[in-house]
Structures are given as structure tokens and as C-alpha cells.
Design a protein around this ligand. Sequence first.
Ligand code: MG
Length: 371
Amino acid sequence: MVQVKDVKTNLILDPNAEVVHDATTNLIPSTSDKKVGRYTTFVHIETDKGMSGFSYSSGGRALEVLIHDNLKHILIGEDPLDTEKLWNKMFWQVRGYGRKGLAFLAISALDTALWDLKGKILDAPLYKILGSYQDSVPCYGSGGWTNYTIDELVEEQTSYVEQGFPRVKMKVGKDFGQSEEEDIERLAAVRKAVGKDVTIFIDANNGYYAKQAIKMSKIFEEFNVGWFEEPVLADDIQGLAEVSRSTIIPVATGEHEYTKYGFKDLISQGGADIVQPDIGRVGGVTEWMKVAHLAHSYNLPVAPHAYSLLHLHCCMATPNLKVVEILGNEMKYWPFLFKETPEVIKGQWKPFDKPGLGLEPNQNTIKNHSV
Ligand code: MG
């Protein structure tokens, strides 16, 4: 039997990461040392047989503390193949302080690293272990940040189309929903630039109120929008359901939801037409697959949020997959973080035929950019 021997982390700072804004957040890093940049935490689960599992997360220094002080001891000495047992032990460990939020980022990173390790122990790509459904997955180019000028927005969105993505996503709800005219103007400019055949998804990042979102949806319908993401506060399930009932545009949401329990409430109350679990938050591979199956039981499609490289394998094994998000600013960041990544061809993507996630950290980055 293989045993977990240790869990190690590297906190990586990319000082050149692009600063981007959406409707309700300036995605600038929060740091205690006032350094500006983007933080990523690499997580390595080492075994007594020399193999190690790898994953990564945002969450910065606080995530590292949670892993080392609160969760690591649960894994040490255990068989890394026992992912259900270990997930549940971690879940109960954080019961009082982490049923949603940061502790779940830590559980997610550890669970996904265990699945990577499982692939390496069993010598198979993760998507084969999960039970592959398709040979490749459709993707979309995502960005369209609210701090872009209209020219920058159009340039970025059309660049995805030029790279072969037939689908793009842009932000609306600018300035906490207070710039409605601009939202419309920006969407009109992108529709005009990409033409009628490209699918445009829009994302309000919680920026509108329900009545406002319903009013805006009537205008957005004229631009043939593919989905309306987080039209209102993620916790306002009633509002989401109201928007969903009021427009022909599907409501997409779920990036701020945690665990199968959270998704049960969201889906059963009609809050999501397209379900968007985030593997870095929902509880890793173990919980992401359960949420995908839950959505399937409601006959709803799944379109994961961010973390494209971690979602890729799960999506290969998901019959009700709609499309995988690839953020332009993350894509630029991949060579800095990873040794190599699979290429997206004409908006379709498939994993390397390597054990586990098939993802290795960039050792030069660990050496030169650890903080
Ligand atoms: Mg979003």
C-alpha cells in the first residue's frame, strides 16, 4: 500500500500578472506584504514510494496555513487512493469554520492533488479513471473585463475568435450595475465585431438587482446572448430563479457555491439553467463530479468556472458538459506556472495522455518566484 508521507506547498507570486476588474471586484491580489501581483499556491502530496500528487489554488498564504495547520495531519499515513474517506475526514475537520470559503479552497486543492496521485499510482490519465465520455471538449475564450476600454474589449474578444474559439465571454454589470448604458454599448460593440455566428456569453458577477437584471435581460436578448451569468448576488437564489423565469436567456451560476449541499439548494430552487461548479472551491474532483451528476439528474448542462487545466479531465468524463471556460489572462500565465500545457485547437481541447492531471509545475518559477 502507498502511504502519504508529507504535504508541501509553494506560494508563487507573478509580479507581471494583469490587473483586471469585473462588476463587483477589482481582482488585484490581497497581500500582507503589499507586493502587487498574482498569487498561486502549488500543492504537492508526497508518498513513501516516491510518487507525488500535484494541484494548485488561489487563496495565498491563508490557504497554506489551513493546509499545514488544519488539514495535512489527516492525510499523513493514509492510502491516497481512499479519496472518499479522506474528503469526508477533511469536511468534518472544518465543520465549525469552513463549510464554505477558504477552508474549502484548501480541501479542493488537496482532493485534486490526491486524484492526480491516484492517476500516477494507477498509471492512467485522470479522465480515463473518472470514465471518459468524449474525445475532446469545447471551450470558450473568456475575459472582457470592465476596466478595458471599448477598443481594448473588442480587441480582446476578437482575438479569441482569431484563435479559433467560436464562443467568447465578456463582463456586464459595470460599476455594481450602475453603468447600464455602457453595458449595452459594450455588448453591441462586441456583437458587431465578432459577427452573428459567434456565441457571446455575458457575466454580471453579481452586479445587478433582480428587477434590474430582468429589465437588462430584455435588451440583452436582442444581441442573441448565449447565457447570462451571475445576474444577481450568488446568494440570492430567489432572485436568480426570478431572472431565469423572466428571460429566454439561460441563467448560468455556481462559481460561488460550495459542495453538493449548496448546489442542491441552488438547483432545486430553479436558480441555475447552466450549472457552474468551480473545482478549486466546490471540494475538488470528488465533489465536482457529484455536482455534475446532480445537475445531470435535473437535466441541466454544466459549464465549469475558471481553473481550466484542472477541469479538463472532469469535463472529459461529463456527458452533460456544455463548454469549458478558458480565461485569456490565465492562458497567458500558464507557461509561467507549468512545464507544458495541452494546446486548444479551434475551440476544442483534450488532455495529454499522461498519468493523473498530466500537469507539472515550472521548476524555474518555483526557484525564482516563491515567496
Ligand atoms: Mg463568472
